[in-house]
Design a protein around this ligand. Sequence first.
Ligand SMILES: Cc1cc2nc3c(=O)[nH]c(=O)nc-3n(C[C@H](O)[C@H](O)[C@H](O)COP(=O)(O)OP(=O)(O)OC[C@H]3O[C@@H](n4cnc5c(N)ncnc54)[C@H](O)[C@@H]3O)c2cc1C
Length: 425
Amino acid sequence: MENNVIVYTSQGCPYCKKVKEQLTAWGIPFEERNVSENYEYFEELQQKKIFGTPATYINNKLVLGFQEAKMRKLLNLPDDFEAPKTEAASQAKNGEIQDESGIFQSVDQKILDEVYDFVTIGGGPAGASAAVYAARGRLKTLVIDKAPAAGTLAITHKIANYPGVREELTGLELLQRMQAQAHDFGATFVRTNVLSVDFSDPEIKKLEVAEGTIKAKSVFIAVGAKAPSSKIKGEEEFTGRGVSYCSTCDAAFFQDRTVIVTGDNEEAVHEAESLSKFCKEVRFLIPTGTLKGQADLSKLETKDNVKIYKKYRVKEILGENSVEKAVIQTDQKELETWDIDGVFLYLAGMKPGTDFLKDAVSRDIEGYVNVDDMLQTNVPGVFAGGDARRTPIKQAVLSAADGAIAALGADAYVNNRSQLRPQYS
Ligand SMILES: Cc1cc2nc3c(=O)[nH]c(=O)nc-3n(C[C@H](O)[C@H](O)[C@H](O)COP(=O)(O)OP(=O)(O)OC[C@H]3O[C@@H](n4cnc5c(N)ncnc54)[C@H](O)[C@@H]3O)c2cc1C
């Protein structure tokens, strides 16, 4: 049976892109209805009480957000489904659509046969910068990334503080510049997930991926740190029906409405600012009472339709078909129920993605990799940096600096030198 698939998308919505890429990779034709370009589509969704994109209808069944397993199930695709070899499908499979840059390739036998001088697990700013230095230092360099457009920098929608970059860039654009630079110096990029590692052989470190074993003389662990998956009661149920994570995607659905924005980071502040241009009222809840990093409230404080609540938390989200109320814990630890139309969540608590390392290297109680001043772990030739090691501040420029240090350390290790050799000119 031919599937009937309709994807409602909006401009600048990263999850819409993922849905389209996944369908393309599976070779499933779909009709795209862009709500930012066509007001009729926008109204269609509102009538269905859907206040977010992507909203995908597969044979009249709705999937909100990017849910690969649910889409697969509704399309009746078996787990071992092999997409037909159309050009678009193979492009998507190779990550060329998602990565746009076309730098990432899939793991082939040639890659599995090679012994790389330097392999970085993670192609974020730490991994990409390390690859620039390593490849330029003539190390045979491989960058492995499981989801090049989903790392912390890649999903940051605006970078304003990366030195030397004055124009407005998205995190992904900045990252792709770094990756392209490393690629120009000869680094190879593959898209796959490192499932486990074996560092027991001091000469050849082994990285297990679904396609086989990748071999390296030195390794840089640059897997970043992401949010834990603890959810607010009602969050999952109302995602796309008033719960959102992206004002660029969904702000228009909340024109003249009242929304909660909650978080304690720069992104939350920025999103509250954007929403204040659309909404009747934005209630900005800072659960911890203080903002992280460089985020500041000065602009928000000047807006008449923004109210700031410190030490207030969203405990539960309630409604019939869409969000109608939220249960709030106040700064006095009392519970209140507010009438609201939407909840925008930016509660990114950091947790390093290092579980796959198990005991191969020493990690602290929260999973951050322990390193010395030169970012070497307890295993000679294995380095770690960026958000995957414990740092007081998490910023792209610091991760990039870590990449440089690790690559120079790896260069000394691989070439059996006792001194680091800086790269001038
Ligand atoms: C909301 C938000 C806004 C931010 N804004 C700014 C800002 O304005 N300016 C700034 O300087 N910094 C900002 N940061 C911080 C910055 O994004 C991070 O410090 C930086 O991206 C960390 O770099 P990284 O390379 O260590 O990790 P990441 O950027 O997270 O990259 C890690 C990569 O590793 C890959 N990976 C993970 N596990 C595996 C595996 N097992 N196998 C293969 N690949 C794997 C991931 O797919 C990912 O691409 C922001 C962070 C957040 C959360």
